[in-house]
Every structure is written in C-alpha cells, then in structure tokens.
Design a protein around this ligand. Structure first.
Ligand SMILES: N[C@@H](CCC(=O)N[C@@H](CS)C(=O)NCC(=O)O)C(=O)O
Length: 275
C-alpha cells in the first residue's frame, strides 16, 4: 500500500501544481497544512524536510521529495498513468523548457504581485520586529529581497513593474503556444499546463481577469476555461475559500487605479493604457 503525504498550503502556487498532478492521476494522499503566514515553513521540523523553507514537500513511502517540478517528474516516473508528459523527446524537452521558465522567471514575478497587492496589508500589520524576523528567516536571498520590496514599497517597488511585465510576457507566450493545440504542448495536458495554471488563476484571483481575457488572448481564455472544467481544478484551486478569493479580488480592484497610474510610464504595458 503506497503512502503519499503532501505538506502544502492551499494558497501556494507551487503546492497547487503538485495538487493538480495528484488529482489528474487520481492519487489519494494525506494532506498536511503548512501555515505560511504563521511561519510554519521555518519550524525546525519542517525545515528538516525542506531546508529552503518552502512548500510543497511530498513524502512517498518515507522518501522526502522537494521542488514541485521535480516532484511532477517523479509522479510520472512512479505512477505513469495517465501520463502528464509527452513521450516524444522533442515535445518533452519543450515541456521542460516551459516548466523551467515558469519556475525561474514567472514564479517570482507572480509572487511579487501577490505580496505587493494581497499580502502587504498582513505584512504591515505585523509588529515590525516580527516582520523583520520573518524576512530574515527566508533562506533564499532572491525571495527575501522580493518579499522585502513588496512589504516596504508595495506596488511602488521597481520590482513590481518588472513583475507585471513578466506576467504579461507569460500570457503572450501562452497565447502563442496555444496556436499549436488546445494545451501548451499540443494535444494533451502536460506539466506545462499544470505549472502555468496557478499563475494564471492568481491573476484572476487578484481581480486582473481583464488581462487573461484581453483582446488578442482568446486562445488563452479558452485554455483557462478548459482547465477550470477539469476535476483537478475543483480539487485544488477551485476549492479555495470563496471569502478569501473575494477579499483578494477587492484588494486587487482597490489597487488597480494605482497600478495603472504607476505603470502609465512603462511603454509597452497594457496596464498603462498607452497601447
Ligand atoms: N521552486 C520551489 C518554489 C517553492 C516556493 O517558492 N513556495 C512558496 C509558496 S508558492 C513558499 O513556500 N514560500 C515560503 C514563504 O513565503 O516564506 C518549488 O517549486 O517547489
């Protein structure tokens, strides 16, 4: 009898990727919540599992597995059906290139937007010494620098404007890729779709669906609707508490005018209304 245990946060994009793959493969698993706001990711017990102090961590028959993209590969190695990666080597390479780019470039950008718009009120409500201790506890320097900028400057941080542009690039790249088939890699769902979905969903959860539905992004909107119709959505992102998402959307809407004003100078951004 196989035992799978997922340490995760339902609000975390990286956790959602693994949750989506488990659901697509219909793999029953135990769920252990790591409360990121309470700092549980830095508890000695959790750091023993995941030294970077991030979620998710999957434990399978005693083997501790970190890094969501590598976990998705593992799940396909060990539970091959239904396959979530193409068998053709060129397509598989392209899928991995997508996953790499989403993880390396778009994950930090999406996180920056999340914390500048949604997470900042809670960060600023903390006693300053607790906020400082939480920032200092983050072992990854890039993550710490972005979180610090989100807390201190919010949407005024230069990193925020970069993050928005990066997210727009992601949406444009997805729109272009979807010209070749209903999924990012042709005819079948793959890791590329599962890894992209939480970031697109987070934009909607931030009240920015206009970006997804923007003129010229029709294929992306169709892909998103199709991903939301799958049972894996209902088991993961679709199951987020409605009050939380509605609160996020209202924070996003409140920030919208400021975001548009702030970004008006950035040529090439749809946020500026200059094109
Ligand atoms: N590359 C890692 C990234 C994991 C990651 O950044 N997780 C975030 C949530 S999406 C986290 O745990 N952040 C910890 C924190 O906010 O302190 C993976 O894909 O597993």
């Amino acid at each position: 009898m196989t035992a799978l245990r997922l340490h995760h946060s339902v609000f975390s994009a990286s956790s959602q990727k693994v949750g989506l793959a488990l659901a697509e493969k219909r793999l029953a698993h135990d769920s252990v919540t790591v409360d990121l706001q309470a700092g549980e990711q830095h508890s000695p017990a959790y750091r023993a599992l995941n030294p970077r102090g991030v979620v998710p961590t999957l434990v399978h028959d005693g083997a501790v597995l970190v890094e969501s993209a590598a976990i998705l590969e593992y799940l396909d190695d060990v539970f091959p059906e239904p396959a979530l990666r193409p068998s053709d080597p060129v397509a598989r390479q392209r899928m991995r290139a997508w996953v790499r780019r989403l993880d390396d470039v778009h994950h930090p950008a999406n996180g920056m937007m999340h914390y500048a718009i949604l997470g900042r009120p809670a960060l600023l409500a903390m006693p300053p010494e607790r906020l400082e201790a939480m920032l200092q506890a983050m072992p990854n320097r890039r993550d710490r620098a972005l979180r610090t900028a989100a807390a201190r400057q919010g949407i005024e941080a230069p990193e925020f404007a970069d993050a928005v542009r990066t997210q727009e690039e992601m949406l444009d790249a997805m729109e272009a890729a979807l010209a070749n088939g209903p999924f990012l890699i042709g005819d079948n769902i793959s890791h590329a779709d599962l890894v992209a979905l939480p970031y697109v969903a987070r934009l909607e959860q931030m009240g920015l669906s206009a970006l997804i539905e923007a003129a010229g992004r029709e294929r992306l909107a169709g892909w998103y609707a199709g991903m939301k119709a799958r049972p894996s959505w209902g088991a993961t992102i679709g199951a987020l508490p409605r009050q939380v998402v509605e609160h996020w959307q209202s924070l996003g809407r409140q920030a919208w005018a400021d975001i548009a004003r702030h970004l008006a100078d950035h040529r090439g951004s749809r946020f500026g209304g200059s094109n």
